[in-house]
Design a binder for this molecule. Structure first.
Ligand code: PGA
Length: 251
């Protein structure tokens, strides 16, 4: 597969000055591969400015409105993000599904908003712990993927990045084993082959998220169908994040 992609999801962390500081530290490095930083929307402009001279750093939003524009107080549209220079957007993170009730229908609309505005959607899927206990994890992920991808224009599918994030591994320190992660990634890749053929399937990046850190990144990234990582907690610690990015560059 192609180059590994490492994505930093800062979630609702860091104040403005800390976000600027971390961006400055990251942007001073030269990278072989693209990497993506997803700060709070409030800091997007500052992070874009700080990283503008580092061609390898892409900036992502953590969410987007399902609407084009208009009277939607508090919302941020894909067009607004694009006008700032944002080029990626995380969609359907399990925290948005869980705490904000986002389901497939709204997630499909959000992905389409991104695609319409030339923003790469990072579409998150993943089972809960009890789904895995019941051996229903493949069924759950299949459903999450197909209900959304079915409603996306086939010509745009290859622009979507899929992030497999088992919910039980997010922020828990309990990572999926490389075997479990590879097994699911290969399952997802096969679903995409069945629906869209192998050319599209090989183009789509499938990244792993859920307690990805500097100690497990190598074993995860070694796996054939793991194209990188979506990193939460460890992306807030400069040295740890850079180490994960450097591990990604080994492949
Ligand atoms: P984590 O978060 O690395 O802290 O588990 C990953 C994510 O939620 O994207």
């Amino acid at each position: 597969m192609g180059k590994k992609l490492v994505i930093a999801n800062w979630k609702m962390n860091l104040d403005y000055y800390q976000a600027r500081e971390l961006s400055k530290m990251i942007s001073k490095n030269n990278f072989k591969n693209d990497l993506v930083v997803a700060p709070s929307n409030l800091y997007l402009k500052a992070v874009l400015k700080i990283c503008e001279n580092n061609p390898q750093i892409m900036v992502s939003s953590q969410n987007v409105s399902e609407y084009d524009n208009g009277a939607y107080t508090g919302e941020v549209s894909a067009k607004m993000l694009k006008s700032l220079g944002v080029s990626y957007c995380i969609i359907g993170h399990s925290e948005r599904r869980l705490y904000f009730g986002e389901e497939s229908k709204v997630l499909t609309t959000k992905i389409n908003q991104c695609l319409k505005n030339n923003i790469v959607p990072i579409f998150c899927v993943g089972e809960q712990e009890n789904d895995r206990d019941k051996n229903e994890h493949f069924k759950v992920v299949k459903n999450q993927i197909l209900t959304v991808l079915d409603k996306i224009n086939v010509t745009s599918i290859k622009k979507v990045i899929v992030a497999y994030e088992p919910v039980w591994a997010i922020g828990t320190g309990k990572t999926a084993t490389p075997y479990q992660a590879q097994e699911m990634h290969s399952y997802i890749r096969n679903l995409i082959i069945e629906k869209y053929g192998s050319e599209i399937s090989e183009t789509i990046k499938i990244v792993y998220g859920g307690s990805c850190n500097k100690n497990n990144a190598k074993d995860l990234f070694k796996q054939k169908d793991i194209d990188g990582g979506l990193v939460g907690g460890a992306s807030l610690i400069f040295d740890d994040f850079i180490e994960i990015v450097r591990i990604g560059e080994l492949f």
